[in-house]
Design a protein around this ligand. Structure first.
Ligand code: HEM
Ligand code: HEM
Length: 187
């Protein structure tokens, strides 16, 4: 598989970054579960918090690499589809990118200005900083964390719908080894 994309397929690096991000977001979400009094901040859950923050940071760095790489890569052209569908899919992709930035950003600012240090991969801690709006940002972080999962779920369902019902190459563009259903010879 080539590192670079073509007009009908994402490149190897874009695919690897996409699937690794999806996996890490899912695990970060799962380990964060447990509202008050079992919040991730409770002392009993310090190792969970470290894991959650480390996974979240990794998601942020993967986003940075992805956005630096994207202009050098070739992004596949969408297969023929109604204009509204193309607009909806582009809007979803950019909303997912925005959330991949906003989720870690609100977490870090929420912790720092809520009186909590942020541990960087167990190596050391940054913050906290003086401020009073941390708690509301941390709450926004939790809500955005839920929203990214719902939106990613909708996005995944749309990709599967394209593959099995519209029988176009949307899903095969991103899945290694999957062929375009429109090009398969039917008996
Ligand atoms: C894509 C990555 C992430 C996702 C999907 C995510 C998701 C969530 C969710 C859903 C919650 C609410 C949990 C609950 O109350 O039941 C939460 C809480 C939290 N997250 Fe994240 N998070 C991510 C990244 C990060 C990062 C990078 C940090 C690092 C600073 C972080 C720090 C926290 C903290 C400290 C809380 C507890 C906030 C509180 O209880 O007030 N998260 N996260
Ligand atoms: C947290 C999870 C996920 C996030 C944040 C995410 C994010 C994204 C983003 C930002 C793009 C646009 C890529 C670009 O053009 O630069 C994309 C494309 C894509 N994603 Fe995801 N994704 C997630 C999970 C999934 C899952 C579970 C599936 C499949 C079942 C999936 C299937 C696809 C496909 C097929 C494309 C290409 C769509 C097209 O070319 O129109 N994604 N994803």
């Amino acid at each position: 598989m080539s590192l670079f994309g073509t007009t009908v397929r994402y490149g190897g690096l874009a695919q690897a970054l996409h699937w690794l991000t999806a996996l890490l977001v899912l695990i970060a979400f799962l380990v964060s579960a447990g509202g008050p009094p079992e919040r991730v901040y409770s002392a009993a859950r310090a190792s969970t918090l470290l894991l959650h923050e480390s996974l979240g940071f990794a998601v942020f760095w993967l986003l940075v690499i992805r956005l630096i790489w994207r202009p050098f890569d070739r992004i596949p052209e969408p297969p023929p589809m109604p204009a509204w569908m193309e607009v909806a899919s582009k809007a979803t992709h950019w909303a997912l990118y925005a959330l991949l930035l906003a989720v870690p950003a609100t977490a870090m600012l929420g912790a720092w200005f809520g009186g909590h240090p942020v541990t960087v991969y167990g190596l050391g801690a940054i913050g906290p900083f003086p401020g009073s709006w941390g708690a509301s940002l941390a709450e926004i972080h939790g809500t955005l964390g839920d929203i990214i999962l719902w939106l990613a779920g909708l996005h995944a369902a749309a990709a599967i719908f394209h593959h099995f019902f519209l029988r176009d190459r949307v899903l095969s563009q991103m899945v290694p080894g999957l062929s375009d259903p429109a090009r398969q010879v039917r008996p």
